[in-house]
Design a binder for this molecule. Structure first.
Ligand SMILES: [Zn+2]
Length: 167
Protein backbone atom coordinates (compact mmCIF):
# COMPACT_ATOMS: atom_id res chain seq x y z
CA UNK A 1 0.00 0.00 0.00
CA UNK A 2 1.27 3.41 -0.83
CA UNK A 3 -0.81 6.38 0.23
CA UNK A 4 2.14 8.68 0.48
CA UNK A 5 0.55 11.62 -1.30
CA UNK A 6 2.29 14.76 -2.22
CA UNK A 7 0.30 17.14 -4.32
CA UNK A 8 2.76 18.69 -6.84
CA UNK A 9 0.96 22.05 -6.84
CA UNK A 10 1.29 22.34 -3.10
CA UNK A 11 4.82 21.00 -2.97
CA UNK A 12 6.96 22.87 -0.52
CA UNK A 13 10.64 21.92 -0.03
CA UNK A 14 10.68 23.41 3.47
CA UNK A 15 7.65 21.43 4.59
CA UNK A 16 9.03 18.31 3.01
CA UNK A 17 12.39 18.81 4.74
CA UNK A 18 10.57 19.32 8.04
CA UNK A 19 8.90 15.96 7.41
CA UNK A 20 12.32 14.27 7.22
CA UNK A 21 13.37 15.84 10.53
CA UNK A 22 10.05 14.97 12.16
CA UNK A 23 10.30 11.36 10.99
CA UNK A 24 13.76 10.90 12.47
CA UNK A 25 12.67 12.59 15.69
CA UNK A 26 9.71 10.20 15.98
CA UNK A 27 11.93 7.18 15.28
CA UNK A 28 14.33 8.26 18.03
CA UNK A 29 11.70 9.22 20.60
CA UNK A 30 9.20 6.42 20.14
CA UNK A 31 11.21 3.66 18.46
CA UNK A 32 8.62 3.61 15.68
CA UNK A 33 9.00 3.60 11.91
CA UNK A 34 8.94 6.69 9.75
CA UNK A 35 5.48 7.98 8.85
CA UNK A 36 3.27 5.26 7.40
CA UNK A 37 1.44 7.91 5.43
CA UNK A 38 1.90 11.62 4.92
CA UNK A 39 0.16 14.51 3.28
CA UNK A 40 2.55 17.40 2.82
CA UNK A 41 1.29 20.79 1.69
CA UNK A 42 2.47 24.36 1.89
CA UNK A 43 0.12 25.61 4.61
CA UNK A 44 -0.16 22.57 6.80
CA UNK A 45 0.84 18.95 6.66
CA UNK A 46 0.08 15.71 8.40
CA UNK A 47 2.01 12.54 9.11
CA UNK A 48 0.66 9.28 10.53
CA UNK A 49 2.76 6.97 12.68
CA UNK A 50 2.07 3.39 13.74
CA UNK A 51 2.06 4.14 17.46
CA UNK A 52 -0.49 2.44 19.71
CA UNK A 53 -1.40 5.34 21.97
CA UNK A 54 -2.04 9.07 22.11
CA UNK A 55 0.72 11.47 23.15
CA UNK A 56 0.82 13.64 26.23
CA UNK A 57 1.12 17.41 25.94
CA UNK A 58 4.66 17.05 27.30
CA UNK A 59 5.59 14.59 24.55
CA UNK A 60 4.14 16.87 21.87
CA UNK A 61 6.14 19.76 23.30
CA UNK A 62 9.27 17.62 23.32
CA UNK A 63 8.85 16.64 19.64
CA UNK A 64 8.52 20.31 18.73
CA UNK A 65 11.53 21.20 20.82
CA UNK A 66 13.74 18.55 19.24
CA UNK A 67 12.67 19.36 15.67
CA UNK A 68 13.30 23.07 16.27
CA UNK A 69 16.69 22.24 17.76
CA UNK A 70 17.70 20.46 14.54
CA UNK A 71 16.38 23.38 12.48
CA UNK A 72 18.33 25.87 14.58
CA UNK A 73 21.51 23.79 14.23
CA UNK A 74 21.33 24.61 10.49
CA UNK A 75 22.35 21.11 9.36
CA UNK A 76 23.26 20.78 5.70
CA UNK A 77 20.96 18.74 3.50
CA UNK A 78 23.02 16.62 1.10
CA UNK A 79 22.52 13.74 -1.28
CA UNK A 80 24.42 10.52 -1.93
CA UNK A 81 23.77 8.19 -4.83
CA UNK A 82 23.89 4.48 -3.96
CA UNK A 83 23.40 1.40 -6.07
CA UNK A 84 19.99 -0.07 -5.40
CA UNK A 85 21.40 -3.23 -3.83
CA UNK A 86 23.68 -1.32 -1.48
CA UNK A 87 20.82 0.99 -0.54
CA UNK A 88 18.52 -1.95 0.16
CA UNK A 89 20.95 -3.21 2.82
CA UNK A 90 20.57 -0.01 4.82
CA UNK A 91 17.16 1.39 3.97
CA UNK A 92 13.59 0.37 3.51
CA UNK A 93 13.03 0.91 -0.20
CA UNK A 94 9.41 -0.20 -0.21
CA UNK A 95 8.27 3.28 -1.10
CA UNK A 96 10.60 3.74 -4.02
CA UNK A 97 9.12 2.70 -7.34
CA UNK A 98 10.98 -0.06 -9.22
CA UNK A 99 11.12 2.29 -12.23
CA UNK A 100 13.51 4.45 -10.25
CA UNK A 101 16.19 2.21 -11.76
CA UNK A 102 19.48 0.88 -10.47
CA UNK A 103 20.45 3.81 -8.29
CA UNK A 104 18.87 5.33 -5.22
CA UNK A 105 19.31 8.86 -3.92
CA UNK A 106 19.87 9.08 -0.18
CA UNK A 107 19.06 12.42 1.44
CA UNK A 108 21.08 13.22 4.56
CA UNK A 109 20.28 15.93 7.07
CA UNK A 110 23.66 16.42 8.71
CA UNK A 111 24.31 13.22 10.62
CA UNK A 112 20.80 13.32 12.03
CA UNK A 113 18.82 11.59 9.30
CA UNK A 114 19.45 9.53 6.18
CA UNK A 115 16.56 8.52 3.98
CA UNK A 116 16.04 7.44 0.37
CA UNK A 117 14.02 10.19 -1.31
CA UNK A 118 13.52 11.68 -4.75
CA UNK A 119 11.91 14.91 -3.55
CA UNK A 120 13.15 18.49 -3.42
CA UNK A 121 14.61 19.76 -0.16
CA UNK A 122 15.82 22.87 1.59
CA UNK A 123 19.60 23.42 1.34
CA UNK A 124 19.94 23.42 5.11
CA UNK A 125 17.59 23.04 8.03
CA UNK A 126 17.51 26.72 8.94
CA UNK A 127 15.54 27.37 5.76
CA UNK A 128 12.66 25.45 7.31
CA UNK A 129 12.07 28.38 9.66
CA UNK A 130 10.33 27.03 12.69
CA UNK A 131 8.20 23.97 13.27
CA UNK A 132 4.86 23.98 15.06
CA UNK A 133 2.56 21.07 15.83
CA UNK A 134 -1.05 22.12 15.26
CA UNK A 135 -2.66 19.03 16.81
CA UNK A 136 -2.27 15.32 17.34
CA UNK A 137 -4.84 12.59 17.65
CA UNK A 138 -4.89 8.85 17.87
CA UNK A 139 -7.30 6.42 16.25
CA UNK A 140 -7.19 2.94 14.67
CA UNK A 141 -3.64 2.35 15.84
CA UNK A 142 -2.36 5.48 14.16
CA UNK A 143 -1.04 8.63 15.66
CA UNK A 144 -1.64 11.63 13.42
CA UNK A 145 0.48 14.76 13.76
CA UNK A 146 -0.64 17.96 12.00
CA UNK A 147 2.02 20.59 11.69
CA UNK A 148 3.11 23.74 9.93
CA UNK A 149 6.30 25.67 9.41
CA UNK A 150 6.72 29.41 9.53
CA UNK A 151 9.40 31.93 8.66
CA UNK A 152 9.96 33.52 12.00
CA UNK A 153 11.35 31.80 15.04
CA UNK A 154 8.55 31.65 17.57
CA UNK A 155 9.51 33.14 20.90
CA UNK A 156 9.74 30.28 23.37
CA UNK A 157 6.94 30.24 25.89
CA UNK A 158 8.90 29.87 29.06
CA UNK A 159 6.43 31.64 31.36
CA UNK A 160 4.45 28.56 32.23
CA UNK A 161 7.14 26.29 33.52
CA UNK A 162 9.30 28.91 35.11
CA UNK A 163 12.20 29.04 32.74
CA UNK A 164 14.02 27.05 30.13
CA UNK A 165 15.58 23.67 30.48
CA UNK A 166 19.11 22.88 29.49
CA UNK A 167 20.89 19.63 28.84
ZN1 LIG B 1 12.67 14.03 0.86
Amino acid sequence: MNDYNENPKQYDPRMHSAEHVLNQTMVRMFDCRRAVSAHIEKKKSKCDYAIDRALSAEEVGEIERQVNEIIAADLKVSETILGREDAALRFNLARLPEEAGGVVRIISIGDYDHCPCSGIHAASTKEIGSFKIISTDHSNGRLRIRFRVQDEQVPLDSSRHGGTRSG
